[in-house]
Design a protein around this ligand. Structure first.
Ligand SMILES: Nc1ncnc2c1ncn2[C@@H]1O[C@H](COP(=O)(O)OP(=O)(O)O)[C@@H](O)[C@H]1O
Ligand SMILES: [Mg+2]
Length: 232
């Protein structure tokens, strides 16, 4: 059993968006703790602040106030270069769709984070193909994103997000564009890939069935965390 440790901690995160004289308070003080080996689902209606929260938790966006600590480092204290390196090494991200680069093969897409991290292309492609085998896509490795189904593209996107073994992997509505069966497969693969590497996973969804498979379910409503349910 891998030892659990807190990977990510958000404390009293607020985020305001200003356009002209209107201020939207997208997050009004949200806190969250995510440990390694743990799958957390963030649920809530459309517009409740889930994506804003995920973007801040993953360092893509900065909070108006509050702190986010990843692997004991306060993200606000990192300079641009450190922040970019931290994101590349420690954070994986899966979006709803349009996740893959169309001009790269499936294997090249999965290998991309490794190559950007300095691995030689041949070694990266070999590792990418192994990752694709794990998600049942070994036979698609040399195809183009346009040649695979939506479900297969998302499984490849999960493989790409996990291939460099980040500390935490986020998925923002990863099954939102898929039918039920493909959605279930993507979620299972996400859980398997994330948790077998001892990483932490955060799935953002408005699908309560999908959230039911998580270890912790965090419900966001109108910019506030209204409940955090942890499975025994
Ligand atoms: N870049 C932005 N500029 C202005 N308002 C935004 C921006 N991003 C999100 N919002 C607003 O913040 C609120 C939360 O949005 P979001 O986090 O995307 O919700 P969800 O992902 O739960 O659907 C919404 O009212 C949305 O309109
Ligand atoms: Mg969203």
């Amino acid at each position: 059993m891998l030892e659990k440790k807190v990977v990510l901690r958000a404390e009293d995160v607020r985020r305001e968006f200003t356009s002209g004289d209107t201020v939207v308070e997208a997050l009004k003080g949200c806190s969250l703790e995510v440990s390694s080996g743990e799958l957390v689902a963030i649920v809530g209606k459309s517009g409740s602040g889930k994506s804003t929260f995920a973007n801040i938790l993953s360092g893509l966006d900065r909070p108006t106030s509050g702190t986010v600590t990843l692997m004991d480092r306060d993200l606000a204290e990192l300079d641009e270069t450190e922040a970019a390196r931290m994101r590349a090494r420690e954070i994986g991200f899966v979006l709803q769709k349009d996740n893959l680069v169309p001009s790269l093969t499936i294997a090249e897409n999965v290998a991309a984070p490794l190559v950007m991290g300095g691995m030689k292309l041949s070694a990266a492609l070999e590792k990418a193909r192994r990752a694709l085998d794990e998600v049942g896509l070994g036979h698609r490795a040399e195809q183009w994103p346009a040649q695979v189904s939506g479900g297969e593209a998302q499984r490849a996107a999960v493989a790409r997000a996990c291939v460099s073994e980040p500390a935490i992997v986020f998925a923002d509505e990863p099954t939102g564009a898929l039918d039920e069966e493909n959605g279930r497969q993507v979620q299972e693969i996400f859980r398997k890939l994330v948790l077998t590497t001892g990483a932490a996973g955060v799935i953002i969804t408005h699908d309560l069935d999908l959230a039911a498979g998580a270890d912790v379910v965090v419900t966001v409503a109108d910019g506030v965390v209204v409940s955090t349910e942890r499975k025994a």
